[in-house]
Every structure is written in structure tokens, then in C-alpha cells.
Design a protein around this ligand. Structure first.
Ligand SMILES: [Ca+2]
Ligand SMILES: [Ca+2]
Length: 237
């Protein structure tokens, strides 16, 4: 049965019976399939308008199970194409820029002098904190002098490589803590809380670079180091 005659038969039937119900010999899906697949231009305009209206109602009522399949297929096809596109882009990046180096999860390492250091990209070289951003390339790739770490000192350095002084204005490298010299200006890098007990001579010192502990080598050397001259009068080497 052709589309035109099928539609006409349905319209004539519904007109005759004053009903929009489908006759027993016409299956809903068959009608829809004809309209969706068929040559609707072969149906006369008046028949199409009536039939088309009914089709819209039926379409809402029963759902368009036919159209779900192609839409789903279209969606799946788009997703597959996107995935393939992303894979192709990644492959192109690898070809153009090369395989990215194995990223380090941490730069924390122990130096040969058993202090906390910075691990270079080669995964082997461990440099001292004072070798970071000192104007000299110590890692083979130069990462110790890169803007990534040296752009905003000390904030871009790994936290374990620098010490923030008590005055909150100065900072120093971890390697400079407890070395007997006042790098902070307020001696917080040489405080008793951080450092081992003084093994030299303890006094209030004269020189700005010293804190309250001078090495015994400076006792009785005819140079005043302590305000009370105890380094020259009382200290025993
Ligand atoms: Ca360096
Ligand atoms: Ca110091």
C-alpha cells in the first residue's frame, strides 16, 4: 500500500466514524514509519495536514522510538570522534614536542652533607638550599635558577629550603640556620630553640654578625667579641 492511499484510507475512516482512533488494519508504527520514511510529498496537502496533526499528537503520546536510535547513534558517534580527536592531538603533541620528562613528585632530598636539599630533573643530583637562585647553574637543566623557583623569592622556593625569620621581613636558606652567623638580623636563625647548645663561649656579642655564641677560637685573641670582655678575661680555650 502506498503512503498516499494509506493516509487517505485512514482519513476517510476517521471522517466516517468521527473518530481519531486508528482502524484495526492500520498499525500506528506502520503509519508513522510511512510518514517518517515515506514520500510525504505524494500525499495531498489536505490529507497531510490532518494526518500530520495526528502524527504530532501520536508522536508525543507514544514517543518517537524510531528517532531515539539515530540520535543516540549520533551522540555516540560524536563522543567517539571527540575521543579520537583528543588522542590524535595528544599524539601530535608528543611527535612535535617530544615525550614529556618524567615529572618529579617531590624535590626533597638529602645532600652529601646530610642537609635538606633540592633534587634536580636528572633524579640524581641533590643540591644544597644555598645553591638555589644563587646565579650559578647547578642542575644540568638549569631548573635551580629558573623563574619557576626564583621568580618571587623566597615564596616560589619549596618551603623546606628556606627559613622565615621571627621579624617576618627577612628569610634565609635552611643551610644557614645554626651556622653561628646572624643571617636574620634578629638571630632567630641561631636561636636556642633551633640549634644545638653552644659549644663555644656564650655572651652578649659586640659584632652584628654574631649572636650569643662565639667559637672558642676567638677567645683570648686580643679582639673584643663580648660586651663584658668575658671572651678575653674568662673564656678558656
Ligand atoms: Ca644555583
Ligand atoms: Ca645563620
Amino acid at each position: 500500500m502506498k503512503v498516499g492511499s494509506l493516509a487517505k484510507t485512514w482519513v476517510e475512516y476517521t471522517n466516517r466514524h468521527s473518530s481519531t482512533a486508528l482502524p484495526w488494519f492500520l498499525d500506528k508504527n506502520t503509519l508513522f514509519n510511512f510518514f517518517l520514511d515515506g514520500d510525504v510529498t505524494s500525499v495531498s496537502s489536505d490529507v497531510y495536514s490532518q494526518f500530520g496533526s495526528q502524527m504530532s499528537l501520536e508522536h508525543v503520546k507514544y514517543g518517537d522510538s524510531r528517532n531515539h536510535f539515530p540520535r543516540r547513534c549520533l551522540l555516540i558517534t560524536c563522543v567517539i570522534l571527540l575521543i579520537l580527536g583528543a588522542m590524535a592531538a595528544a599524539l601530535a603533541c608528543v611527535i612535535i614536542f617530544g615525550i614529556p620528562p618524567n615529572q618529579l613528585t617531590t624535590r626533597l632530598c638529602k645532600t652529601t652533607s646530610n642537609t635538606t636539599g633540592f633534587l634536580c630533573d636528572d633524579h640524581k643530583t641533590c643540591i644544597m638550599s644555598t645553591q638555589m637562585c644563587n646565579g650559578k647553574v647547578d642542575c644540568s637543566n638549569g631548573e635551580d635558577e629558573s623563574n619557576l623557583y626564583c621568580g618571587d623569592l623566597p615564596h616560589n622556593l619549596p618551603r623546606y629550603l628556606f627559613f622565615m625569620c621571627d621579624n617576618q621581613k627577612s628569610w634565609t636558606y635552611m643551610d644557614k640556620i645554626c651556622d653561628g652567623k646572624n643571617h636574620c638580623g634578629d638571630c632567630s636563625d641561631e636561636s636556642e630553640l633551633l640549634c644545638p647548645a653552644c659549644t663555644g663561649w656564650k655572651c652578649v656579642t659586640v659584632f652584628f654578625n654574631d649572636c650569643d655564641c662565639i667559637p672558642k677560637s676567638r677567645c683570648r685573641d686580643n679582639i673584643q667579641d663580648c660586651t663584658d670582655m668575658s671572651d678575653e678575661n674568662n673564656c678558656t680555650k
